[in-house]
Design a protein around this ligand. Structure first.
Ligand code: YCF
Length: 323
């Protein structure tokens, strides 16, 4: 049990472990002054191949976590670090991880899966519009706000996230091109097909929510998981998918496309017929924008269109520019 930072202990009482991850664990914490509950993600630096990578990734993640401002993205309260670990204090999502919700229900019913998937799309749409690729979307990183089926979801864990640095590319193009590889100039780095990796992961997430099992897994057939993914070969087991609508299956099939240029984008997914479901949209907007008094999609759209796109100002060293 590595020693907790003094200032963290002064402010919070850390109790039982409530989640585990590759990079560390999540503990339930109580703010001593208010008794409010929080989640504390503890990231051990030793899990990273090099100290440098751990620190750089954590810096990027903390920067992203502190600047993103969207109802479906986790909000951080505090951040501490010691020689061996980082500590991120965040809002406690009472419903826990989507992973456990799907596992305990075998599979989600389609309307619940649609409500969650729509919120994931909006979260990723916001990240992409701010040049951020998540790169690690999976059921462990989708948190639920309550034990109810109808609830707000939030995306977390920006450890693998990258900020699309157009500026870096522009500087690169200023130098002599003679030694640059072709892909530096092609669509790969400019039109950011890198964003498409998140669309693929959302396809895997939707498959898991609807089918209750992963599309690519070592226990399926003779091929390795990597081969199944590279070939885009997945099976919709009859017994699990009969009750799922053709439109839902269509969304999955258009996201799990191997060629990133042919894969459905986040925007196209948001326009897909399966998601043009007024009842679901009203529920989602009521959950995402509870303060929009009197409900009404108009108020929610208003909220979305004004504040919905921008990052919050940077911290103390604030360079102040709004994205
Ligand atoms: C209510 C509850 N459990 N309730 C219970 N068990 N009661 O007995 C509960 C609540 C939340 C969670 N998970 C949770 O909060 N995850 C999580 C995962 C990752 C990150 C981050 C920022 N990661 N960043 C990095 N770099 N990672 O490597 C933050 C939170 C699990 C159970």
């Amino acid at each position: 049990q590595s020693s907790l930072p003094r200032d963290l202990q002064d402010k919070y009482l850390l109790t039982r472990r409530i989640g585990t991850g590759v990079c560390g664990e999540v503990r339930l914490a109580f703010e001593r002054s208010t008794c409010r509950k929080f989640a504390v993600k503890i990231i051990n630096k030793k899990n990273f191949q090099s100290e440098g990578t751990a620190t750089r990734n954590a810096k990027t993640e903390i920067d992203i976590l502190q600047r993103v401002d969207h109802p479906c993205l986790i909000k951080t309260e505090d951040f501490y670090q010691t020689e061996e670990s980082f500590y991120i204090v965040l809002e406690l999502m009472e419903g826990g991880e989507l992973f456990h919700r799907v596992k305990s229900k075998q599979q989600l019913n389609e309307s619940v899966a649609k409500l969650y998937f729509y919120q994931m799309l909006r979260a990723v749409e916001y990240l992409h519009s701010n040049g951020i690729i998540h790169r690690d979307l999976k059921p462990e990183n989708i948190l639920l706000s309550s034990q109810d089926d109808v609830c707000l979801i939030k995306v977390t864990d920006f450890n693998q996230s990258r900020i699309l640095e157009e500026a870096v590319l522009m500087r690169t193009l200023c130098g002599t091109p003679s030694y640059l590889a072709p892909e530096v100039f092609t669509h790969a780095s400019t039109t950011g097909y890198g964003l498409a990796v998140d669309a693929w992961s959302l396809g895997v997430l939707l498959f898991v929510c609807l089918g209750g099992y992963p599309p690519f897994h070592e226990s399926f057939g003779h091929q390795s998981v990597t081969d199944q993914i590279i070939r885009g070969e997945f099976t919709m087991v009859q017994s699990k998918w009969t009750s799922v609508s053709d439109q839902a299956k269509d969304v999955v099939r258009k996201l799990l496309v191997v060629d990133p240029m042919k894969r459905m984008s986040i925007e196209e997914a948001l326009q897909h017929p399966w998601l043009q479901d007024q009842k679901m949209l009203e529920t989602a907007h009521r959950l995402m924008y509870p303060s929009a008094e009197g409900g009404g999609a108009a108020a929610a759209m208003e909220a979305e269109s004004t504040s919905g796109r921008h990052l919050r100002k940077r911290g103390r060293e604030g360079d102040g520019e709004e994205q």
